[in-house]
Design a protein around this ligand. Structure first.
Ligand SMILES: Cc1cc2nc3c(=O)[nH]c(=O)nc-3n(C[C@H](O)[C@H](O)[C@H](O)COP(=O)(O)O)c2cc1C
Ligand code: SF4
Ligand code: SF4
Length: 250
């Protein structure tokens, strides 16, 4: 059976995981909550967003701690700038001694929108193209096609990935809560690392953020703002059920 492991803040990676399950079968497992043994699965498929030209912290740690000889396939997705993320992922798997077969990338709507707004037409266009762009990606997994990622040339993004990673844990300390907060505490429940708490009747952010932006996008009142910017655009993938983000599908 396939084990389809995913991390997802706003549902783009979950959408891909669900498409893979629909075509190839298997169990969908949410990486931050997984405590079992990946080796119960015949094929291991990891679906992850690209964060700052590389892997999100929790996905990086999951791969770095994996011990398995099972065929491994990675499907990354991003808003348009993959830079050397596929190579980082491939190399991490090689360094960890894993049986990496392919790293593929699919374009999805951009969610790193703290300081700019993604135009609606771009979101629509990415969502419209996604199912078709997944066809060859899923076929390559089904057919066990090996895709070797060559060592990349130097670029200006690679060093940025490492630089940004150093600062991620502090990102949420730049969030403010507006008067629109209804104290529903959803943000506390969905944070994948328990970085949000309630103290003195107020929502507060700690310094263990992994910069996933789940809380920012999924607060029902849009009450979490970045550096007091009063932007109102938020995104949740409309092709999945939001309540499934963070859940397994067995
Ligand atoms: C912290 C952070 C960093 C990101 N960095 C990149 C990036 O370097 N290049 C890119 O194209 N998209 C980047 N994105 C956008 C996501 O990769 C993209 O929107 C993805 O589809 C989100 O998937 P999800 O809904 O499953 O979390 C970033 C998003 C976040 C939250
Ligand atoms: S999810 Fe939004 S409205 Fe609910 S407690 Fe958090 S900040 Fe307040
Ligand atoms: S505080 Fe928000 S952005 Fe940071 S890890 Fe938690 S949910 Fe993600």
């Amino acid at each position: 059976m396939n084990g389809i492991f995913y991390f997802s803040s706003t549902g783009n990676s979950l959408f891909i995981a669900e498409q893979i399950k629909a075509e190839l079968g298997g169990e969908i497992r949410y990486i931050p909550k997984f405590t079992g043994d990946v080796n119960v699965y015949d094929k291991i498929i990891i679906v992850s967003p690209i964060h700052s030209y590389g892997l999100p912290t929790l996905v990086y740690d999951f791969i770095a701690n994996m011990k398995s000889a099972k065929p491994l396939y990675i499907v990354l997705n991003c808003g348009g700038l993959q830079a050397n993320a596929p190579y980082f992922a491939y190399q991490l798997c090689k360094d960890t001694g894993l049986n990496i077969r392919s790293v593929q990338v699919v374009m999805m709507p951009e969610i790193y929108t703290l300081t700019f707004s993604q135009p609606k037409f771009a979101i629509k266009s990415a969502l419209r193209k996604a199912p078709e762009s997944l066809i060859p990606v899923i076929a390559a997994i089904r057919d066990d096609k090996e895709i070797i990622i060559p060592k990349p040339k130097k670029d200006r993004w690679t060093s940025k990935h490492l630089e940004n990673r150093e600062k991620w844990h502090m990102l949420a300390t730049h969030f403010n809560i507006t008067e629109d907060c209804t104290d529903c505490q959803k943000c506390i429940r969905i944070c994948p690392v328990g970085n949000i708490k309630r103290e003195n009747e107020r929502i507060i952010f700690g310094d263990q953020c992994v910069a996933c932006l789940s809380c920012y996008h999924r607060c029902p009142e849009k009450a979490i703002v970045y550096k007091n910017r009063r932007k109102k655009d938020r995104y949740i993938n409309p092709l999945i059920q939001e309540t499934n983000i963070g859940a397994d599908q067995l």
